[in-house]
Structures are given as C-alpha cells and as structure tokens.
Design a protein around this ligand. Structure first.
Ligand code: NAD
Length: 298
C-alpha cells in the first residue's frame, strides 16, 4: 500500500508547535508576531487565499493586517505602503498576494519588501541566499514540500529527483532546496524533450507544471515518490459541480508508487503553514528568542 503524504495532518501538527512557541515567548517579546498581507484588485481566488491566511494566523496567535487596495491605485502608492510596512515595528512579515493586475511591476514591488520581512521568500536577497545555501526566509510551497518528505523520513540525499516546472514561485526554488539537501536534481519545463522518459528515472517526481492530469502512470517508476503541486478546479460530470485535481492522474499513479500527495490536502495546506513559520522565524530573530522552529526551514 502506498503512503499518503497528508499535508493537512502535518500542517495541524506544525501549527500546534507554532502555537506553543508563540505562547511561551510572547511574554519576552511583549507582542504577538505580526503579518501584513497586501491584496490588489478583486481576483476571487486571491480573496479566498487571503481569508485562509488570516484564519491560519488567528489559529496560531499571529496578528494579521490585511491591506486590500483597489486596482486603480498607482505602482508608487503600493511601493509607499510597502516602505511604510518595512518600518512598522509591529510587523514581522509581509507578502503581496499574487497574482496582481498586469499593470503593476510585480518583481519591482517584491524587491521593495525588506528581505527580513519577505515571508514569501521571493525577494532577490532571499533567493540569493538560497542559491548560496545560507539560512534565510524560504519560499513557502517548496519549503512545505521538503517538510512533507521529511515527515515520512523520505531520503533526499543521493536520490534522483525530477522537478516538472521552473517557475520562480515553485520549480526553481524547490530544485535549489533539493540540491542543497544533496539530491541529484533534474529541472524540466515546457521545452523539455522526452519528458516522459526523464520522469520515469526519478526516485522522487515533483509535478508543478500547472496542467491538469499531465502525469499518468507511464511517467512513473515503480516505487517512486510523487508530489503533486498543481491545483485545478474542473467541472465534474454533474454539470453544476466542480472538483479539484492536480497535475497528476492520481488514481492511475497510486498503485505504482511508494508515497504520494493527495489533491486537495497535500502540498496546499503546507504552503500556508510555511508562511506562518516564516513570520515566526522573523519575529524570533527580531527578539533574539531561543529558536525551536529553525529545523522547519530547509
Ligand atoms: P507557472 O505557470 O508559473 O509555471 C509552470 C511551469 O511549468 C513553467 O516553468 C513551465 O515551463 C512548466 N511547464 C508548462 N507546461 C509544461 C509541460 N507540458 N511539460 C513540462 N513543463 C511544463 O506555475 P507555478 O506558479 O509554478 O504553479 C504550478 C502549479 O502549481 C499551478 O497549478 C499552481 O496553481 C500550483 N501551485 C500550487 C500551490 C499550492 O500551494 N498547492 C502553490 C503554488 C502553485
């Protein structure tokens, strides 16, 4: 029987640890950790994600500050807000909820975020530290995946790992984290030839292409570990209903693999949890607290 890498269960366990960590250190810090979330425009999915983040913060004792801006604001105004939050002593972490409307220069906004508050780990300073394998804020989805693998003692060192996707958000930082942990990593992308053949050599295969059901059992070696990052809402056969699926055709793949992540309930919950970890990491540094959560940051 294959093992389900249960992100929902693991995220609740980590949240409990974070809650305890905050409770036992709040007296020293004299305030709770603070997370600012900037949302621009009315993208409905972003609304759901921001809500989930706010609820997760409340569960562990992080104070959240939501800034919902209209899409008619100017780039300069968003930059000014980021600068203000950079200086705000009650805020340890800050993120820009993506995607934002196309008229904004997203990368420029991210580079305005103080690297010590960049809880999405997307600022070039934090990316640079990842390249150099130095401790820093790590991007959330990749860091969540590493914790999922570790939770079942799945070895990374020496393993052949294939990552499908090279985005700044997932594929690239994830590949670097796996490389830093001594995996032998192959990065594939939309121009890769013979994707199927390359994937079939992987001990650990990670699908982050954003294409529903791209990976079926013909991509997968017997006994491999498969991590599904993709998340898609598809119409189900009952035409009024929708269902979630990932980049992996799970029912086809599960009988072949050693372990897999479900969609939903795999990588997704871990992404939010790592945001909480990064916020507390920043708070802990700010107040020089004795650290007990650094092991969660790859
Ligand atoms: P993206 O569109 O920025 O990048 C997709 C990557 O896949 C690109 O590098 C592209 O070259 C590659 N690709 C596209 N088609 C391919 C193909 N046929 N073969 C091989 N490679 C191909 O997407 P992203 O932001 O990296 O996200 C990927 C998926 O993960 C999306 O479904 C997204 O919704 C999901 N996601 C989930 C979480 C989570 O928390 N569960 C977080 C981030 C992203």
């Amino acid at each position: 029987m294959s093992i389900k890498l249960d992100g929902k269960k693991l995220s609740l366990e980590i949240e409990q640890k974070l809650n305890n960590f905050i409770s036992s250190n709040e007296r020293i810090a004299k305030r709770a950790p603070g997370l600012a979330v900037i949302r621009i425009g009315e993208d409905p999915a972003s609304g759901v994600y921001v809500n989930n983040k706010e609820k997760a913060c409340a569960r562990v004792g992080i104070k959240s500050f939501i800034f919902h801006l209209q899409d008619n604001v100017e780039q300069k105004e968003v930059e000014q807000l980021i600068n203000k939050l950079n200086l705000d002593k009650d805020i340890d972490g800050m993120l820009l909820q993506l995607p934002i409307p196309k008229k904004f220069d997203e990368q420029r906004l991210i580079s305005f975020i103080n690297p010590y508050k960049d809880v999405d780990g997307l600022n070039e300073k934090n990316m640079g530290k990842l390249v150099k394998n130095e401790p820093a804020m790590r991007s959330c989805t990749p860091a969540g995946i590493i914790n999922l693998l570790r939770s079942q003692n799945i070895a990374i060192e020496g393993k052949k790992i294939v990552v499908i996707g090279r985005s700044l958000l997932v594929g690239k930082p994830l590949s670097l984290m796996l490389l830093n942990l001594n995996g032998t990593v192959t990065i594939t992308h939309s121009k890769t030839l013979n994707l199927n053949k390359i994937c079939k050599e992987a001990d650990i295969l990670i699908a982050a292409a954003g294409i529903p059901n791209l990976v079926d059992s013909s991509f997968v070696k017997d006994g491999a570990v498969i991590i599904d990052v993709g998340i898609h809402r598809l119409k189900s056969s009952d035409k009024d209903k929708t269902r979630l699926c990932g980049d992996v055709l799970l029912e086809d793949v599960i009988p072949k693999v050693f372990a897999y992540t479900p969609v939903p309930g795999g990588v997704g919950p871990m992404t939010v949890t790592m945001l909480l970890v990064n916020t507390i990491f920043s708070w802990q540094k700010q107040f020089g607290l004795s650290s007990t959560i650094n092991d969660l940051l790859p």
